[in-house]
Design a protein. Sequence first.
Length: 197
Amino acid sequence: MGDLLLIRHGETEWSASGQHTSRTDLPLTQRGEEQAKSLVPLLAGRTIARVLTSPLHRAVRTAELAGLTAAVREPDLHEWDYGAYEGVTTAGIHRTRPDWYLWTDGVPPGPDGHPGESAADVGLRADRVLARVSSALGPGGGDVVLVAHAHVLRVLAARRLGLPPEDGRLFRLETGTVSRLSTEHGRPVVAEWNAGA
């Protein structure tokens, strides 16, 4: 059985400043590009059966720089839609909503047809991705690499482990890292988290 490798894209200006970044398609910073290149040795020697990436530039570029040239763009790996909180920091949100917590409170609708998402909404997308890659992870398959964003990957990790989507809050994920979900006695486990950080 193969492992599920989760790669968070390299640093962007907004990830460095703590701004919620979903649909805003920012490039990697120089540090983000260096982070992506540093993933190459972490992936060396692995039997990779499939690579999916978010369609956003920061994820696609991370995959390219990490040597994952056969990546297929997967819309369900798009980051959590932050609605009206796109580009806003958590500290900025707390000025008007001191007790706000993304994982339980979600986000208010934003402009231009971006309604925002709840953890459950992101969980449905994560479940679809897991269903699409399950055969590649099975006997005779290999590793599957998903290159995407912090919150969607955290939800995906929770769902792979059989946890509810909101339990993605338990997994902090740094930029430009590889995390590995494997199996032990036929059950999913976290084998490695934030490698390369």
